[in-house]
Write a protein that binds this ligand. Sequence first.
Ligand code: NCD
Length: 308
Amino acid sequence: MNLKGTDILTAAQFTRDQVEQLFSVADGLAARLQKGERLRTLDGKLLATVFYEPSTRTRLSFEAAMQRLGGGVLSVAEAKTASSVAKGETLPDTIRTIANYANAIVLRHPDVGAAQIAADAASIPILNAGDGAGEHPTQALLDLYTIRAEKKTIDGLRVALVGDLKNGRTVHSLARALSLFKVDFSLVAPAALSMPTEVSDYLRARDFIVEETNDLARTLQKADVVYMTRVQKERFADQKQYEKMKNFFILTSDLVKSAKENLLVMHPLPRIDEITTDVDTLPNAAYFRQAKNGVFIRMALLAEVFGN
Ligand code: NCD
């Protein structure tokens, strides 16, 4: 139950009780922040954010969350070029070293399984902020928190995950996290970018109805939530293939207006061209509110992992 001292490596590790506990802690912290209260919960604690891949939201919202709780931050935004990694240091050695300076490490790395390797090397908690095309569990927490904030429930919804389901780590984690609730899944992708069977089998083994299709317009007739994703350019060996795939799905305001009423439009961001900017002003567009929720849920997670 308790998350104190635990590594956060995969969305599959959470129980529904833990997720709901995080929601209520996040609600409480958000309310206190909004009142202008200065929190001191993590006074004296240090969080290291070690990023081998680019990031805007994940790193900055983790750092904001830590500082909003009164803790401090050690930040390596460009671990590949700005740390001893550039000299050839291995991930376990880098992590072991940083573990001497901080109380927990948030790690983003291009290799699937990197967070597990880091967790094996360090005795302090490792929080996976994206391991290649593997997982991004804290994004899944903020995604669930956003669905619940916007829809007042998660149970009973049909959720469409759309785009690069093969390479997108956010959808790998979100699918697993959603399986704690009673939802129906539409997995919308071109055949070449379909959801890895490891993830779809995980859902089917838990008796979920999983529809796989590439018909976005039809899916939007029945979906309650559409979760758009970016085609992951950096995972393509052949850039011509990326160019062919990048605009396979484009969500426009016309599509949203012809969809089921109150469709919730989400995106982990960054958005490239897969949602046209005319969607941004529709009440359905939740993606910037979603990014804001990242601070509250990460505050809750840090408070729990540090055990306060
Ligand atoms: C995502 C990621 O890094 O996986 N971004 C994020 O953390 N919000 C999505 C993406 O880069 O497409």
